[in-house]
Design a protein around this ligand. Structure first.
Ligand code: NAI
Ligand code: MG
Length: 500
């Protein structure tokens, strides 16, 4: 059927075949009611294409396919073969890297350079890392006395439901799929309706590489309809969610109906602390990248900078200079662009509403604070925004803005810095800038956060676990810990004596 694919030409001239359907059981199908959702290029606010949007009937079909696959040949496969398939999939992502980066730049508004160097490179690394784990996930033996042998199998949990956001479209699906498949599960993924295209293109690669039908199912659709149908579905064994804290809360409530295992990677208001002995130039550079990368749409963005009072004024002046030097806003496909448009009109308006809140609360606007007018006047661009003189009671110091928007405030001593670093509902990341090794380690221990960066920001690595404290969620992704949510143990007690 013709409305299941479209030939697209991207703004950079690349042409490719874009799937538009639902990917169920290795086939492209229409949504059961024929519903579609348009996806927009935020650089020009024009529709790219309309993509089939699933409803709960389609979720049922996807779950049936995933269950069949789980009970079928996927389960029987030698674990090394599973690893090889993931490895081959990583090679295909590498071969199609330019197209995938182009799609994410067009659909999300991120720069092509960032898509290529962060999203695609990261997706390849994740697939290879978990490909290596596929044949190293195993249980253990416990033999407490001569009459008893017990062993613990580490089995796949079953059909996984993944609900993902729009900020790293390809990377987000791979972050869930790679460990889920390595551990022997099957998966139903709901992509973000704002950015469905790269995950659908990727689904074709899953098929091409020879992963059996039903192991991977990819649905576009609205959160309230498809996301909640997945969270509620009795045929799904666990939910892995990334997105906002309020939606995470809702997903957990819905999943409670069937007591599903849930892992959540939600919001943040990650602090970056700069002590007076820090390398100021490096703190400014990392601080800038830590919030302004990816248009500020990063869950662990260091959006709250706390600077020792002795160096506070200098820091603010130098931070503003760094923004002016580096944060070139514009066309995502131009190679010198640092910042593209915000992903949607909603996000664009949300950031601007926090600008108003900051002004009303009496914070001092250092730069930015308005829509950025580019050539032609189209696109959801926002000038990189810095507020200084921010106090902890202000909404802009507490709430996740999710844009190129940072607040800077002074502190007076280490104890105050730690207390204020911990004074939000979140705990995803935190940076500590100091040359004093004792202080770095002392402060790192006291901050309630799943990740701490010493003298950097938003450094990550597929081998290192990532996840939240407090209302930034629970469960870990990446590293060995990242496999845990996708396995379940079974304990087998063997009576060697056979007498009662
Ligand atoms: P969201 O959390 O509502 O969306 C994330 C995913 O959940 C999407 O696939 C969405 O369709 C789905 N969803 C929405 N409602 C659902 C429901 N009731 N049941 C199940 N699934 C549901 O995030 P949204 O609205 O796109 O962005 C709002 C804010 O969320 C952002 O401004 C930002 O603060 C935060 N956010 C955080 C992200 C992170 O990486 N932690 C990523 C994206 C957004
Ligand atoms: Mg889009």
């Amino acid at each position: 059927m013709s409305d299941l694919h479209i030939d697209l030409t991207a703004p950079n001239g690349l042409t490719f075949k874009q799937p538009l359907g639902l990917f169920i059981d290795n086939e492209w199908v229409s949504s059961s009611k024929g519903a579609k959702i348009s996806t927009i290029n935020p650089a020009n606010e024009e529709e790219i294409c309309a993509v089939h949007a699933a409803d709960s009937n389609d979720v049922d079909k996807a779950v049936e396919a995933a269950r069949r696959a789980f009970n079928g040949e996927w389960r029987e496969l030698d674990t090394s073969v599973r690893g090889e398939l993931l490895y081959k999939l990583s090679d295909l992502v590498e071969q199609h890297g330019d197209v995938l980066a182009t799609i994410d730049a067009m659909d999300n508004g991120k720069t092509f350079q960032a898509a290529r160097n962060v999203d695609i490179v990261g997706a390849i690394a994740l697939l290879r890392y978990y490909a290596g784990w596929a044949d190293k996930i195993h249980g253990k033996v416990i033999d407490p006395n001569p009459d008893k042998l017990a062993y613990v199998l580490r089995e796949p949990i079953g059909v996984c439901g993944a609900i993902i956001p729009w900020n790293f479209p390809l990377l987000n699906i791979v972050t869930k799929l790679a460990p889920a498949l390595a551990a022997g599960n099957t998966i139903v993924v709901k992509v973000a309706e704002q950015t469905p295209l790269s995950a659908l293109y990727f689904a074709n690669l899953v098929k091409e590489v020879g992963i059996p039908a039903g192991v991977v199912n990819v649905l576009n659709g609205a959160g309230r309809e498809v996301g909640s149908a997945i969270a509620a579905h009795p045929g799904i064994d666990m939910i892995t969610f990334t997105g906002s804290t309020p939606t995470g809360r809702q997903v957990m409530k819905t999943a409670a109906g069937t007591l599903k295992r849930v892992t959540l990677e939600t919001g943040g208001k990650s602090p970056l602390l700069v002590f007076p002995d820090a390398d100021l130039e490096q703190a400014v550079r990392w601080g800038h990248r830590g919030i302004m990368s990816n248009q500020g749409q990063v869950c662990s963005a260091t959006s709250r900078i706390l600077v020792h009072a002795d160096i506070y004024d200098t820091f603010v002046i130098r931070f503003k200079a760094e923004v002016e030097k580096i944060s070139k806003v514009g066309d995502p496909f131009q190679s010198d662009t640092f910042q593209g448009p915000q992903v949607t009109k909603d996000q664009f308006n949300r950031v601007l509403s926090y600008v108003e809140a900051g002004k009303q609360e009496g914070a001092q606007l250092v730069c930015g604070g308005a829509a950025f007018k580019n050539v032609g006047g189209k696109g959801l661009y926002i000038a990189p925004t810095v507020f200084a003189g921010v106090t902890d009671s202000m909404a802009i110091a507490q709430e996740e803005v999710f844009g190129p928007f940072v607040v800077i405030a002074p502190f007076h001593d280490e104890a105050e810095a730690i207390e204020r670093a911990n004074s939000t509902i979140f705990g995803l990341g935190a940076s500590v800038f100091t040359r004093d090794i004792s202080r770095a380690l002392r402060v790192s221990k006291k901050i309630q956060s799943g990740t701490i960066w010493v003298n950097s920001s938003n450094d990550d690595d597929v081998r290192v676990p990532f996840g939240g404290y407090k209302q930034s969620g629970f469960g870990r992704e990446m590293g060995e810990e990242g496999i845990e949510p996708y396995t379940i143990t079974k304990s087998i007690h063997v009576n060697l004596n056979s007498k009662l």
